[in-house]
Write a protein that binds this ligand. Structure first.
Ligand SMILES: O=P(O)(O)OC[C@H]1O[C@H](OP(=O)(O)OP(=O)(O)O)[C@H](O)[C@@H]1O
Ligand code: HPA
Length: 204
């Protein structure tokens, strides 16, 4: 392989490895699911996203927004919401993670940061969950630093922490209790993003 290509491949591998959500293999995903309870059904989620689509459309249709999926958790939410936004938009993604395969947040690690394509745009940030709010606060700040005209935030769920957060979402699909939740893009120890409903982990 040509020398310059080798360097590129090594670079890509580093980026991919840094961003990859590696599932925790010391836990049994089936057992975790059995020990958890469903808090919103697939239908609840579908209905919530349909309501969000209408509200978001009323606010930003006509602005030709840049819709940004916060990977990887927002992939399911984005995939269900986008086809319901019936106006011209651009799509991109950012990736920042602070939970990794754990249930407690740590320092934010950036893999893909917002870039200059946000300049002058209405940016619609889509994320699966607003928990302590640190992730979305940091992403919003970077979008504004790159010259975004405005940042509108929509999350599928917000965790009820009964305390002030560093950021508020403009649109929240569903409220969840102060427990670790998963499904619909949200992982538990790196597993179960693929579940169509939302579950809460039972801790013994
Ligand atoms: O409000 P906060 O307490 O900051 O937490 C919310 C963030 O945590 C999750 O991401 P995570 O770090 O798990 O990365 P992931 O998207 O790859 O799962 C989720 O997708 C949000 O982006
Ligand atoms: O409760 C949660 N579940 C999944 N991912 C998360 N990221 C922050 N909080 C959560």
């Amino acid at each position: 392989m040509a020398k310059h290509l080798c360097g590129y491949v090594v670079f890509c591998r580093k980026v991919i490895n840094k961003g990859a959500c590696v599932a925790n293999r010391s836990v049994n995903p089936e057992q975790i699911l059995q020990q958890s309870e469903i808090i919103y059904t697939e239908e609840d989620v579908r209905n919530a996203i349909a309501v969000l689509a209408k509200k978001i459309s009323a606010r930003i249709a006509g602005t030709e927004p840049l819709v940004m999926c916060v990977m990887g958790g927002a992939v399911v939410f984005s995939g269900q919401l986008l086809p319901q936004l019936g106006f011209p938009l651009e799509f991109d993604y950012v990736q920042a993670s602070r939970y990794h395969e754990k249930t407690e947040g740590e320092q934010l690690v950036w893999t893909v940061e917002p870039r200059d394509n946000v300049r002058g745009k209405t940016v619609l940030l889509l994320d699966d969950i607003l928990d302590e709010g640190q992730t979305l606060a940091a992403i919003r700040e970077k979008c504004l630093a790159h010259g975004a005209a405005e940042v509108v935030i929509a999350v599928l769920v917000e965790k009820d922490l009964e305390r002030v957060k560093p950021i508020q979402a403009d649109y929240v699909g569903l409220s969840v209790p102060n427990r670790y939740v998963f499904g619909c893009g949200m992982d538990v120890y790196g597993w179960w993003r693929n579940l169509p409903a939302i579950y809460a982990l039972n801790v013994n």
